[in-house]
Write a protein that binds this ligand. Sequence first.
Ligand SMILES: Cc1ncc(COP(=O)(O)O)c(C=O)c1O
Length: 404
Amino acid sequence: MLLSSRVKGISDSITMKLNEKAIQLTEEGKVIYNLSGGQLPIKPTHEFIEKIHHQLNFLKSYQYSPSAGFPALRKKLINHFVDSRKLPSDAFENDWDVILSNGSKHTLYNALGALIDPGDEVILLAPYWVSYPEMIKFWGGIPTVVKSNVFDAFVPAIDDIKKAMTPRTKAIIVNSPNNPSGVHYSDAWMREFAQLLKEFPDLVVISDEVYSDISYFDPKPSYFYQIDHSLLSRTIIVHAISKTLAATGLRLGWAIAPGSVVSAMAKIQSQTTSGPNSLIQRALLDFDFHFLESFLTPVKNHIRQNAATLREKFREAGLGHCWYQSTSAFYFMIDFSRTPMFKRFKPDQDHSDAIADELLNNEGITVVPGSDFGIPNTARISLVIEEVPFQEAIIKIVKYLNKV
Ligand SMILES: Cc1ncc(COP(=O)(O)O)c(C=O)c1O
């Protein structure tokens, strides 16, 4: 059958292929250390599970919700946002709204669908989350990539963003805390970014904040619109329960955005999925966000501990120059290009897929190759697995990195 050119332009995920291979190797009896996980390996807090349980008893939990989500929950989310970002109650000038959708990936699709005309450019800051370029292309847009590197702990320079701006630039996606680097951009960076936005008054910002609750190293994440509230009028803030509540499978995300953008997104949503999951919305409406702190504290302690193991093992192995302090989310990017193992490879090409394959076949470790994130010759590892297997996996990785 002849497939559409739109779908032909979208890449398959290498992650899925590696996962399939990892399953096959496990079935063959090999010990596999899975460092490719993009989710917390725990259940949500029991207070939230109880709310889901309770909502199972009501007819409304099984019926269509309004396209943009239940109004009371939308109100609750905007209030929580204003509180948690320490914004003044009048930070939003009247025309503000929230739309819930089936996971923040879905939110981002709707947001880009509401913004992009064919040929519009969207700036991505590499390393970027794998799905952004594919989503932009799906809507006919063109991703423009601004790079960073391990020397800057993967924080892109504001000057490079400025250089990437063209008359066709419609939007920029900022993802802080960042997947895959596991860092959040500093307050100073956000200040400079706010300045830059003043120079480009038509630029729309999509601020993907799905990891904002998972930060284990001070100072905590801050945002450009906290410095200049007027920037909120062209910002789409994206959040979800997936990472904050360890609930990736429940599929609930949302955007806080100007009313006109929310209406456009709701139009797309009403003609695609109708509306978000009613049961989970009703449980979230009942859930007290104050429980998040006690739920996330041990999670953050665990990630901090694994990040410390990483630092120790890299230093012990003489690889300190490839290490940077991760601060948030639950990832770290390994840069292969300045390690002894890389002498076998041609430096001007990207070998991250081949290296990820080698790590799986020879060392039994699954990582996500950096090619997916726009940074060649790197891989993303996840810091969420238990301390002992994590330590074993890192010992194997540093040995591999030092092998000539
Ligand atoms: C940066 C980022 N944004 C958005 C998402 C989408 O999450 P979900 O659709 O589960 O809400 C992810 C998932 O990994 C992510 O890493």
